[in-house]
Design a protein around this ligand. Structure first.
Ligand code: SF4
Ligand code: SF4
Length: 356
C-alpha cells in the first residue's frame, strides 16, 4: 500500500497537464507539520510501505526535511516527486540526512525552449539538470519522468537520451492523463495514432539500447487503448491520496465525482477512513459494477477502469470506462481524436497558488 501526500499545491511551474484540481488549496489551508507527521505514523501503522511526497512542488514546504525524518523513522520508503527547480545542494543534503530514499524528477521536454514553454517557467531546465546531477552525486536513486502529448511525443528518443546522460536508473515516459488541467487542455495535448506510434517505437528502440542499465517505464495512452488500466490498482485498494488541506481520496481526481464527500484526516484516523469511509467503499471491489463489467472475466484485473475518466467521458462515474471496447461508448474515443483541432490551441496554464 502507498500514501500519496500532496503536501502543497504551490509550484513555480504551470504545466497545462498538471493533475492538481482547478480549485487548488491555498498556502494558508495546508496541513501543519504536526498533522502530516501524525498522518505518516498512522499510515505506517496501517501497513503503508511507500510514501510519495508530492504536490504541487513539495520543496515549496520548508518543513520537508522534518516530514521526511518522521516518515523514515516510521519505516516508510520515501519518494520525493519534484520538479527540481527548488533543489540545491544544501536542501538535498538536509533531505538525504533526514533519510530520503528516492527522487523522481519531472521534465517537460529534453529541449530547453520547449520544456520552458510547456512548463511556463523561464530558466527551469538548467535548474532541473543541475538538480538531477546533485541527486546522482549524492548517491540517491533517480527516476526522470516525462509527460508526453501531441506537442512532444515525437521527441521521446531525446528525452530518454537525456535521462541516460544524467545517470537516471529509471525513466518514465507517461502519456498525459485527461484529468485536472489535462482535461482543460485536452485538445492541445491529445495525440493522434501517428504520434502515439512514434512514441511507442522510440521507447521500444531505447529499451534495447539501455537494457540492464536504465529501466524504461511506458504509461500507455488511454484514449488509444481497447482495455482500460486498473486505475490506482483499483479504487481504494492500493493508494490513499491526502490533499494539501487534508482530504483523504482514493485517487488524485476523485473530488471531481459529484455526490461523494471525502473525509478530513484532521477529524478521522487513516485506519477508519480506509476501513469504513463511504467514499472509499463506493467503488471498491466489484459489487458496484454495471454490465458489461459485472459479468466480465477481467473485472478483478482492471476493476472496470477509471471512475474519473468514466465521469469525464460519459457524465456517469459508475459507467464502464469507455476506454474498454466492451463499453457501448467506446466509439466516442476515436471520434474525439479525429475531431481535435489541426493546430493545437494555446495552453490554459495551471494558475499559480497564492502564498497566503
Ligand atoms: S505537473 Fe507541473 S505545475 Fe503541476 S505540480 Fe508538477 S511541476 Fe508543478
Ligand atoms: S467490461 Fe469492464 S471489467 Fe471487462 S474489460 Fe471492460 S472495463 Fe474491464
Amino acid at each position: 500500500m502507498a500514501l500519496v501526500a500532496e503536501i502543497t499545491h504551490r509550484c513555480p511551474l504551470q504545466c497545462p497537464y498538471c493533475s492538481n484540481p482547478r480549485d487548488m488549496a491555498q498556502a494558508g489551508e495546508e496541513l501543519s507539520t504536526a498533522d502530516w507527521q501524525r498522518v505518516f505514523a498512522e499510515a505506517a501503522a496501517l501497513g503503508v510501505l511507500h510514501l510519495h511526497l508530492s504536490g504541487g512542488e513539495p520543496m515549496a514546504r520548508r518543513d520537508l526535511p522534518a516530514l521526511v525524518r518522521t516518515a523514515a523513522a516510521a519505516g516508510l520508503y520515501t519518494n520525493l516527486i519534484t520538479s527540481g527547480v527548488l533543489l540545491d545542494e544544501r536542501r538535498l543534503a538536509a533531505l538525504a540526512a533526514a533519510g530520503l530514499d528516492h527522487v523522481q524528477l519531472s521534465f517537460q521536454h529534453a529541449d530547453t525552449a520547449e520544456a520552458e514553454r510547456i512548463g511556463g517557467m523561464a530558466g527551469a531546465q538548467a535548474k532541473k539538470i543541475a538538480a538531477a546531477r546533485l541527486v546522482v552525486a549524492a548517491g540517491l536513486p533517480l527516476t526522470c519522468n516525462f509527460v508526453i502529448h501531441r506537442q512532444n511525443a515525437r521527441d521521446v528518443a531525446a528525452m530518454i537520451a537525456l535521462a541516460a546522460e544524467l545517470g537516471a536508473g529509471r525513466v518514465e515516459i507517461a502519456h498525459t492523463q485527461y484529468h485536472g488541467w489535462g482535461l482543460v487542455n485536452r485538445d492541445a495535448l491529445l495525440p493522434d495514432a501517428a504520434e502515439v506510434e512514434a512514441a511507442t517505437a522510440a521507447v521500444e528502440a531505447a529499451r534495447a539500447v539501455h537494457r540492464g542499465r536504465m529501466a524504461i517505464d511506458y504509461v500507455t495512452p488511454d484514449y488509444h487503448a481497447d482495455r482500460p488500466k486498473a486505475c490506482m490498482g483499483g479504487w481504494a485498494q492500493r493508494f490513499i491520496v491526502v490533499t494539501p488541506s487534508g482530504r483523504a481520496l482514493p485517487c488524485h481526481a476523485a473530488e471531481t465525482i459529484p455526490g461523494l464527500s471525502f473525509p478530513d484526516v484532521r477529524g478521522l484516523g487513516l485506519a477508519e477512513i480506509w476501513g469504513g469511509d463511504p467514499a472509499f467503499l463506493r467503488f471498491r471491489g466489484t459489487g458496484w459494477m454495471p454490465e458489461p463489467c459485472r459479468s466480465c472475466a477481467f473485472k478483478a484485473e482492471d476493476w472496470g477502469g477509471c471512475r474519473c475518466q468514466a465521469l469525464a467521458l460519459t457524465g456517469d462515474a459508475s459507467a464502464t470506462d469507455p476506454v474498454c471496447d466492451r463499453s457501448p461508448l467506446h466509439g466516442a474515443l476515436p471520434a474525439l481524436i479525429a475531431a481535435r483541432a489541426a493546430i493545437p490551441p494555446a495552453f490554459v496554464y495551471r494558475r499559480p497558488v497564492r502564498q497566503s
